[in-house]
Design a protein around this ligand. Structure first.
Ligand code: PMP
Length: 358
């Protein structure tokens, strides 16, 4: 009887709707929308994070990876036994490597040779052919982007998936992440905000929410230091020279208007500039108050959602993206030495310093 009672009392089955899915591709998406209680209470609004870290490859980029591969298949550019080539140093490569294994494609990843050994090892464990190349500027022909494009062009059955300018990336979010958020909130979305790498998430989700809400949902961009999109939006469309400021938030911070963003950037309602000190403190705060172990871009997004909630006033519903977990960055984010080197030690409130155990 105790077992029967356990079912009645359990919160674990609440909202359980999904059926069995078909392989890795079938498991991408349909992530939960998590109410962030502490910040919601503080602002008098409801702040939600879309749990993209629950995708089977561990990040929001699984959707884009599947989107660009399915698009290449549908257009006939990629046929069985073909090769997928991409320039990426992170989550997109991981997503592509997973999808390629599941679908039987060869996966070739070009990345700057400045990337961590962990990332190279992980991609190789996932079966990718990883090609570290010298880290030279985009203008240089030997830049990893151009090398990936040029290599793909030498093969017969191969695609360069081109995550920055291939709009199949944003379309994957328009077709899945956006509708999921809208359905999960039953149409109650007043604001959406997230940072951009390729811009696929912001443009795809933003466009869907704008259309579904007849323009009522506000869509904001969040920028880390060193990115130029904040000033682009605030100045009404002037692209500044990228300043040489680095940020701790890996995977985001863009120096140009990509094609994924270009189709949507003029519809963005505003931009928020979030300092690393706030993002890193939020990594620790989310762990302490919500039990969520998230990377720095997720934390930056949550700070932005909090600031947007304050701007829009109480009683609203604000949604952001929890892009990936902290596991891929923990040797940095939870290391006292790293925090000191980055000048971020004082950004962590005293009562949260106990989490810096490395
Ligand atoms: N966060 C992380 C950790 C990422 O890897 C990325 C993609 N590089 C993003 C956010 C941004 O997503 P998008 O490319 O859709 O703008």
């Amino acid at each position: 009887m105790a077992f029967r009672a356990a079912i009645r009392k359990s919160t674990l089955l609440r909202g359980f709707t999904s059926r069995a899915v078909d392989g890795f591709p079938g498991a991408v998406g349909n992530t939960p929308l998590i109410l962030l209680k502490g910040l919601s209470e503080k602002t008098g609004s409801k702040i939600y994070g879309k749990a993209e870290f629950q995708n089977p490859g561990g990040s929001v980029k699984d959707r884009a990876a599947l989107g660009v591969i399915e698009d290449a298949e549908a257009s006939g550019r990629l046929k069985p036994g073909g090769t997928v080539v991409e320039d990426t140093a992170g989550n997109t490569g991981i997503g592509l490597a997973h999808v390629c294994r599941a679908k039987g494609y060869r996966c070739v990843i070009y990345m700057p040779n400045t990337q961590s050994q962990e990332k190279i090892d992980l991609l190789r464990m996932l079966g990718a052919d990883v090609r570290p190349v010298p880290a030279v500027a985009y203008e240089h022909p030997a830049n990893y982007n151009h090398q990936a494009r040029d290599y793909a062009a030498t093969l017969a059955n191969a695609v360069w998936t081109d995550q920055f300018d291939n709009t199949a990336n944003a379309r994957a979010h328009y077709a899945s992440t956006g509708p999921e958020i809208w359905a999960q909130r039953e149409g109650a979305v007043d604001g959406f905000v997230c940072a951009t790498g390729t811009g696929g998430t912001l443009a795809g989700v933003g466009r869907y929410l704008k259309e579904a809400s007849d323009g009522r949902a506000q869509v904001w961009l969040a920028d880390p230091p060193g990115s130029v999109l904040y000033s682009y939006i605030e100045s009404g469309g002037k692209l500044k020279e990228r300043r040489g400021v680095g940020s701790i938030t890996e995977g985001i911070g863009q120096g140009r208007i990509t094609d994924n963003l270009g189709t949507f950037v003029d519809a963005v309602d505003g931009a928020l500039h979030i300092a690393d000190t706030k993002s890193v403190a939020m990594v620790y705060d989310l762990l302490d108050t919500e039990g969520l172990y998230l990377g720095a871009s997720s934390a930056l997004n949550v700070v932005a959602a909090y600031e947007l909630a304050l701007k829009l006033g109480p009683g609203k519903s604000i949604v952001t993206i929890l892009c990936d977990g902290a596991y891929r960055y923990q040797s940095r984010l939870f290391s006292k030495t790293w925090l000191r080197e980055k000048g971020l030690e004082d950004a962590i409130p005293e009562h949260l310093k106990k989490y810096a155990v490395l």
